[in-house]
Write a protein that binds this ligand. Structure first.
Ligand SMILES: [Fe+2]
Length: 143
């Protein structure tokens, strides 16, 4: 990626003056590195309701409420085809790794999985009360 502005300083600017809209604030840290997502959770602990990661598509099992009242999970996972490589036809991805040549990726077919989190937030303070990780395999009719 091109050089971008530092996300930690950026979120500081965004959060200034945001309290007038709602005490409940959700932050999606769309990034690849788990360490950056983890650091963002600690950086915002006590200032937002939830910091959740996206982009890797692989759900992590580290959901928790940090000491300051911010719920955190490194990656909430994806909603999409189960028998796939992060949603893409697995055969095409494997061929790409073996040949080191670019491939045209297609979304995989078949049964799907729904992943994410359910969050309970105190309406007055914006602090998280509970975070529940969701992972529901869904069999498609007629498949
Ligand atoms: Fe992405």
């Amino acid at each position: 990626m091109r050089n971008l502005e530092d996300p930690f300083r950026c979120v500081d600017k965004i959060l200034q003056g945001h309290a007038q809209f709602s005490p409940a604030v959700l932050v999606d840290m769309h990034a690849k590195a788990t360490s950056e997502k983890n650091a963002m959770g600690w950086f915002l602990d006590g200032r937002v309701s939830l910091v959740f990661g996206t982009h890797t598509h692989v759900q992590t099992a580290d959901e928790r409420i940090l000491p300051g009242g911010t719920a955190y999970i490194t990656d909430i996972g994806m909603c999409g085809p189960m028998d796939s490589v992060i949603g893409v036809e697995k055969e095409t991805v494997i061929e790409g790794f073996l040949s080191q040549l670019p491939r045209r990726y297609e979304v995989a077919r078949g049964d799907v999985i729904v992943q994410g989190v359910l969050l309970d937030v105190d309406e007055a303070s914006g602090r998280a009360k509970e975070i529940l990780r969701i992972r529901i395999p869904w069999k498609k009719a007629g498949v």
